[in-house]
Design a protein around this ligand. Structure first.
Ligand SMILES: [Zn+2]
Length: 218
């Protein structure tokens, strides 16, 4: 049997992960993966990253968010990535004025509850949303860790419509529980672009995390 080139396998991997290839192709790719460590590694990575959902906690657009969450449940495989991209586009439009809030110890705090879940507290004013991911399996210094990424954004705070959107008075800090946080090993704060890591592979996880701040570790 002639050896199949890795580049061909790489082209086929996304389809293989989605299980939309013919039996023959499946067999061929499967055989290659058994003998090729490089492709096997890519395959494992793809299998995981394709199923990573992103969650968006948005105070002002909760309805939109709920709709989206509902939709998310029905998604599988590659379509998740497509939907993430689509939703990112929608949200970046909605948050035309959005402005990531830089990390500061006084403003943000991750709090561990007795049941092991994590709550993110924000003590600042006039923020309209936060971006948060489900725990993601990432290799850090040779160890597999589950990390959650988070950042808060100030949105229409400075726009003419700000008074319309701004909540009257907030009691205590703004809080939310991180999704599936009892398995989280570390929380990083900072702007993140999963598209770069997952879809385009322009960036590695380590590069991304280097630009972020480790704000909590189990
Ligand atoms: Zn290969």
């Amino acid at each position: 049997m002639k050896e199949v080139k890795c580049t061909i396998i790489q082209d086929l991997l996304p389809l293989y992960v989605d299980d939309v290839v013919s039996e023959d192709t499946k067999e061929m790719v499967g055989r290659h993966l058994k003998t090729c460590q490089a492709c096997q590694k890519d395959y494992e990575q793809m299998k995981e990253t394709l199923y990573v959902p992103i969650e968006n906690n948005v105070t002002l657009f909760e309805k939109l968010n709920k709709k989206w969450n509902h939709k998310k449940m029905k998604l599988i495989g590659g379509s998740v990535v497509m939907t993430i991209l689509l939703c990112l586009a929608v949200f970046s439009y909605v948050f035309h004025y959005q402005n990531p809030i830089p990390y500061s110890k006084d403003l943000f705090e991750i709090e561990e509850k007795e049941d092991g879940s994590l709550v993110s507290n924000y003590f600042g004013e006039s923020h309209a949303g936060s971006y948060i991911t489900h725990p993601m399996k990432v290799e850090i210094d040779g160890k597999i860790k589950f990390v959650s990424l988070v950042y808060y954004v100030e949105t229409i705070a400075n726009s003419p419509t700000s008074n319309f959107f701004r909540e009257d008075k907030r009691i205590g800090p703004e809080q939310f529980t991180l999704p599936d946080s009892n398995i989280v090993d570390a929380v990083y704060y900072g702007e993140f672009d999963l598209e770069k890591v997952i879809a385009t592979k322009e960036q590695t996880w380590n590069e991304l995390l280097q630009d972020m701040t480790l704000i909590w570790e189990r």
